[in-house]
Ligand binder design. Structure first.
Ligand SMILES: *Cc1c(COP(=O)(O)O)cnc(C)c1O
Length: 238
C-alpha cells in the first residue's frame, strides 16, 4: 500500500514534470503540445500508476512483458495508452498484439518478422513501432547500428502489420546530459534522412528521460519517457 503522502508526492511531481516539459519546449521555440509525456512505471505498483492517472496521466511505459500485462489487467477499466519500451525478446513477441499502442524497441529484422507473424496470427490491428538506434556504440547494448538503419526501416515497411512511426534512443548512461545532446541531434538527423528516403512521415522521436529530457526536447523529442522524476527511485523489486 502506498501512503497518502506517497500518492500526493507522485501527483505533485507529475504536475511539476509537465511544467518542466512545457518550459523546455517553450525555451526551444516549440509548442508544448508537441511533446508527449510517457510515465515510465516499471517496478512501481499499480497504485502508483493509479495515482498518476488520477492526476491526468494517460500514457504509461513498461519494460517487462509479464509485469506490463499484469498491470494492464489490473487497470483494465482505465483508458490508458500503453507503450512497450523494454527489450523485446522474440519469444515474448506473442504477448504484444493488441496490448500496446506502440512498441519502441524494434532493432532487428528478425524481431520485426516475428512480431509481424504474431500480429497476423492474432488478427490484431496494425502495430505502431519505433526503431531503436544504437548511437552510443556500446556493443552489448540494444539498438540497430546507424549503418543498418535504413535497411531495417525498408524491411519493416514490407510488413503490412507494422507501421514505423519514428526512432527511439537510449543513450549510454555513462554520458552526461550535455554529452548526450549530440546523440539526440543525430537521431533527429537520421529521422529526417529516413523520411526522405522512405517518402513517409516519421513524426516520433522517443528520447529523453529524467536526467536529460531538457536536452532531448531542445533537440526535437516528441516523446519523453520519464520515470524517476515522477515516481521516485525505483524499488529493486515489485
Ligand atoms: C527506465 C527507463 C526510462 C525512465 O528512466 P528514468 O531515468 O527513471 O526517467 C526511460 N526509458 C527507458 C527505455 C527505460 O528503461
Amino acid at each position: 500500500m502506498l501512503s497518502e503522502q506517497e500518492i500526493s508526492g507522485i501527483q505533485t511531481r507529475l504536475v511539476e514534470t509537465r511544467e518542466d516539459i512545457a518550459n523546455a519546449a517553450k525555451k526551444a521555440g516549440r509548442d508544448p503540445k508537441d511533446v508527449t509525456l510517457i510515465a515510465v512505471s516499471k517496478f512501481h505498483p499499480v497504485e502508483a500508476l493509479g495515482a498518476a492517472y488520477a492526476a491526468g496521466q494517460r500514457h504509461f511505459g513498461e519494460n517487462y512483458i509479464q509485469e506490463a500485462l499484469d498491470k494492464q489487467d489490473q487497470l483494465s477499466d482505465l483508458p490508458i495508452t500503453w507503450h512497450f519500451i523494454g527489450k523485446l525478446q522474440s519469444n515474448k513477441a506473442k504477448f504484444i498484439p493488441g496490448r500496446f499502442s506502440m512498441v519502441h524497441t524494434i532493432d532487428s529484422g528478425k524481431l520485426a518478422h516475428t512480431l509481424h507473424k504474431r500480429i497476423i496470427a492474432a488478427e490484431a490491428p496494425v502495430q505502431d513501432v519505433l526503431i531503436e538506434v544504437n548511437l552510443g556504440r556500446e556493443t552489448q547494448k540494444a539498438g540497430i547500428e546507424e549503418a543498418d538503419l535504413s535497411q531495417l526501416a525498408e524491411e519493416i515497411m514490407t510488413l503490412d502489420s507494422l507501421r514505423v512511426r519514428g526512432l527511439m534512443l537510449l543513450p549510454p548512461f555513462t554520458l552526461t546530459p550535455e554529452q548526450r545532446r549530440p546523440l539526440f541531434s543525430r537521431l533527429r538527423e537520421l529521422r529526417d534522412m529516413l523520411e526522405t528516403r522512405l517518402g513517409q512521415k516519421l513524426p516520433v522521436l522517443s528520447m529523453g528521460m529524467t536526467d536529460d529530457f531538457h536536452e532531448a526536447i531542445a533537440e526535437g523529442a516528441s516523446i519523453v519517457r520519464i520515470g524517476t522524476r515522477i515516481f521516485g527511485p525505483r524499488p529493486t523489486k515489485l
